[in-house]
Design a binder for this molecule. Structure first.
Ligand code: ADP
Ligand code: TRP
Length: 349
């Protein structure tokens, strides 16, 4: 029946148009890029400062999230540890709700063009400029032996971002300087070789830009002051109970400013419990023990479903590997094309 085949042709044409529109929409979306180093268990600071933004923004942006294993190599120099930690971060991404059907998850070292671009950028970057980077200065102040990878860390990060022409980079406050270095590097390249790279903007959430750890310093994998993102109930309890407090009695009012326990309440505690905490701090009548118990309940409510999902995902490691491989291939075709442009502009081609 000719009528029928005409109809089905029409249908398939519509379908093709729909697909085209969907592709154009993806192309029109702004590009989001970010990564986490596989250097240990993630904590609630990583989650609230950076990782939750990945999830919240994954539909709005063309989102590409990677496991920063090249960066981790500056400190993790053990084969099994690095490969396991890399898979772990990929599983963490899936557990918090990143959807590889809608965005891309990949492993940084599956995209070797970033190291090629790093070399090109290295040749435009001066030693005094990189010597002003906070992470390098901190390491120097601690008299640490510093490898060239640590010194060059911000330039590899600039390559990670710029090779995608990323528009936004969700991170915690400690990474702000690195995004500025990426912008400077893009501007310098563009000035010398002509307009090539987009300038990225950091996305930093004010409330959670620096989540405090149990000792009041910035929560960090390197300070032993974390509440792990996939902590067991016991671990949550232990971490919260160890939060440093002063020795005011329950009936006394307490100051909220700079108080770690209070700050964590504002991030986790909800509803009437939060009102109770606010009232207790202002007017007295609330001891730190009770306050900590309330915080434990709210952190546990957030973490339990994430931990359960993480446990499920860890049962299918092959699937996780496939997701990384697919993501790597997809990204490599993009980065390959961009490197061709860079080679052309610099005379390397
Ligand atoms: P760590 O400092 O614990 O080693 P990473 O360097 O792996 O953490 O950081 C991964 C992401 O989490 C980065 O975007 C970083 O800015 C963010 N981040 C790390 N610690 C915190 C924190 N305490 N508060 C807010 N964001 C954080
Ligand atoms: N330096 C980041 C961190 O310590 C990880 C990272 C590497 C990154 N390359 C990046 C983050 C590019 C955002 C964009 O957490």
């Amino acid at each position: 029946m000719p009528g029928k085949s005409k109809n089905s042709l029409k249908k398939s044409l519509n379908y093709t148009n729909l697909l085209k529109t969907a592709n154009i929409l993806t192309i029109m979306k702004k590009i989001l890029i970010s990564g986490v180093k596989p250097t240990g268990r993630p904590h609630i600071g990583n989650y609230l400062g950076a990782m939750r933004q990945f999830v919240d923004l994954q539909h709005e942006y063309d989102t590409r999230i990677f496991v920063a294993d090249f960066h981790a190599l500056t400190s993790v120099q053990n084969k099994d540890e690095l490969s396991q930690a890399t898979l772990d971060v990929a599983m963490d991404y899936l557990a918090i709700g990143l959807d590889p059907e809608k965005m891309t998850i990949y492993k940084q070292s599956d995209v070797p063009e970033v190291t090629e671009l790093t070399w090109v950028f290295n040749c435009l970057t001066t030693v005094p400029y990189l010597s002003r980077a906070h992470a390098f200065k901190d390491a120097e102040a601690k008299n640490k032996e510093i490898n060239v990878g640590v010194f060059d860390y911000p330039i590899l990060m600039a390559a990670d971002i710029l090779i995608h022409d990323a528009n936004v980079v969700p991170v915690g406050l400690d990474q702000k300087q690195h995004i500025e270095i990426a912008r400077d590097t893009a501007e310098k390249f563009n000035r010398i070789f002509g307009e090539t790279f987009a300038l990225p903007e950091p996305l930093i959430l004010e409330e959670t830009q620096t989540v405090p750890g149990t000792d009041g310093q910035k929560m960090s994998k390197s300070y032993n002051n974390t509440i792990p993102l996939f902590a067991t109930n016991e671990e949550i309890k232990k971490a919260v109970m160890s939060i440093a407090t002063d020795s005011l009695r329950p009936e006394e009012p307490k100051k909220t400013e700079g108080d770690t326990l209070y700050i964590l309440h504002t991030l986790f505690t909800q509803g009437s419990d939060l009102e109770k905490i606010q009232d207790g701090y202002k007017n007295g009548g609330l001891g730190y023990k009770e306050s900590k118990e309330i915080l434990i309940t709210h952190i546990t409510n957030l973490i339990t479903p994430l931990r359960e999902r993480r446990e499920e995902i860890s049962k299918d490691v092959d699937l996780v590997k496939t997701i990384l491989e697919k993501g790597g291939k997809k990204v490599e075709s993009i980065t390959h094309e961009k490197m061709e442009v860079v080679r052309e502009k610099t005379g390397l081609k």
